[in-house]
Design a protein around this ligand. Structure first.
Ligand code: NAP
Length: 450
């Protein structure tokens, strides 16, 4: 369709060298074809041209002093992508790979994900090319404070509400909130993912992982199947991976892998969650140290990965949960998963499967839950945190978890009924993209040319 093609070509000219962003845009726009073909209004209102252009992009210098007294400089970003449905909402990522293209891909995905939750939140994302690994607590604090010295003027509880993402957890949110409070004098719900001691919500920490497992549960239930007794592959060993593993055990499945940037851990007896939490949440250690407590497990270093993919996806299992980072599951990995009999893939990470890998899953007609649907539990629970802050309430763990289950079920139903409406009932990529797009696009039209 030339409308879509022309938009992407123009984007490549006006926003050069942003490969991940084009990948995300192409994936969304391709699946919007059926709705764009039958609804002239979207073209008339230049909706997709407006959607691919962020409302506002903030890029700034983040200078800070390391423990040796040397001044370091990083690049900070906040991309306020779309506020048609509510205040900008989306995490902050601190990782050396961060650049404008990565933040734009994440922000673009966030628009549709947030729309799918059915909650009043717009889409945004931010971060810095700062590497928290190996930094002292003092260095992390000084970096976070400097980051907020610029960002504080752009965020607020009714305008833009950041949360965590890779490299940003409760500790970093604490330092950023402290500096925001000092600069503005406001004690308000400007961040989510806060500590439970001062405004955080129960279940927020667990929400993305739990939600991703609930999503798999709903996909399987539609096929008359369940998680019970299934062997599962999980990638990543951070926030999303850990709570995916926790919920898989609770629902009777057996997660046998996890990974970090140094390699993959395979424990046939099942990953020992207590050891994993101690390593990653408490000691922030490398995954290979797991073998000290569990010599029967196997560690596969990155240097031994297959040339065309990732070791974790070559292990036989029935379910797969990519929970680390973008493009961590290649076409060859997808073929290996399907050949080994995987029946469902539920994405905890954002865009972990390449576009070719997604095609393999769709062609094989296995259950495939794309990240923007399957991992929306995190941002949905962030919105529940905002609601608790605004109403000065505190809900119990069970109450929030129950709401999370309902939200994930509604996301699944919204994606699957929309997929069926457009004649491709197995295609939750198409269903999720169209369902999210329709809400945002119609709101944009109603709000005029702004
Ligand atoms: P995290 O706690 O920082 O953990 C990230 C994990 O992925 C770590 O084990 C990390 O290993 C690994 N990883 C990161 N970059 C990698 C790379 N380039 N190659 C190999 N491994 C890599 O982050 P998280 O919050 O779990 O986020 C994981 C994914 O979920 C991301 O795609 C994020 O955007 C998405 N997500 C998160 C949330 C949330 O609520 N946190 C919500 C929705 C989506 P190392 O420690 O060795 O780097």
């Amino acid at each position: 369709m030339t409308y879509i093609h022309d938009t992407i070509v123009k984007l490549q000219k006006t926003s050069p060298a942003q490969a991940e962003f084009y990948q995300a845009v192409e994936e969304v726009l391709d699946s919007l074809q059926p709705i764009l073909e039958t609804n002239e209004k979207y073209k008339l209102h230049s909706i997709i041209e407006r959607m691919v252009e962020p409302e506002r992009q903030i890029m700034f210098r983040v200078p800070w002093v390391d423990d040796q007294g040397k001044v370091q400089v990083n690049k900070g970003y906040r991309i306020e992508f779309n506020s048609a449905l509510g205040p900008y909402k989306g995490g902050l990522r601190f990782h050396p790979s961060v650049n404008a293209g990565i933040i734009k891909f994440l922000g673009f995905e966030q628009i549709f994900k947030n729309a799918l939750t059915g909650l009043p939140i717009g889409g945004g994302k931010g971060g810095a090319n700062f590497d928290p690994k190996g930094k002292s607590d003092g260095e992390i604090m000084r970096f976070c404070q400097s980051f907020i010295n610029e960002l504080y003027r752009h965020i607020g509880p009714t305008t833009d509400v950041p949360a965590g993402d890779i490299g940003v957890g409760a500790r970093e949110i604490g330092y950023m909130f402290g500096q925001y409070k000092r600069l503005t004098g406001n004690y308000d719900g400007v961040f989510t993912g806060k500590s439970l001691l001062w405004g955080g919500s129960l279940v927020r920490k667990e929400a993305t992982g739990y939600g991703c497992v609930y999503f798999a549960q709903y996909m399987l239930a539609d096929k008359g199947d369940s998680l019970a007794g299934k062997q599962c592959l999980v990638s990543g060993a951070g926030n999303v991976a850990i709570y995916t593993i926790e919920k898989l055990y609770e629902l009777g499945a057996r997660p046998v892998t996890c990974s970090d940037s140094s390699g993959t851990l395979y424990h046939e007896a099942g990953i020992d969650l207590a050891t994993l939490k101690e390593l990653k949440e408490v000691r922030k250690a490398r995954l290979s140290e797991y073998l000290v407590a569990h010599p029967d497990a196997r560690f596969i270093p990155v240097t031994d990965y297959p040339a065309d993919g990732h070791a974790v996806w070559r292990i036989p299992a029935q379910l797969a949960f990519p929970c680390a980072t973008q493009n961590e599951l290649t076409e060859a990995d997808a073929q290996a998963l399907v050949a080994n009999g995987v029946i469902a893939v539920s994405e905890g990470a954002n865009m972990p499967s390449t576009q070719d890998a997604v095609e393999v899953f769709l062609d094989a007609r296995i259950c495939y839950g794309p990240g923007k649907a399957a991992n929306a539990g995190g941002v949905a629970t962030s919105q529940l945190e905002m609601a608790q802050n605004a109403s000065m309430q505190r809900w119990s763990f069970e109450e929030v978890d129950e709401k999370l289950k309902v939200i994930m079920k509604n996301i699944y139903l919204s994606a699957s009924t929309t997929a069926a409406e457009f004649g491709e009932p197995h295609n939750l990529v198409l269903g999720a993209n169209i369902a999210g797009f329709r809400k945002v696009a119609d709101a944009m039209i109603e709000q005029g040319v702004v």
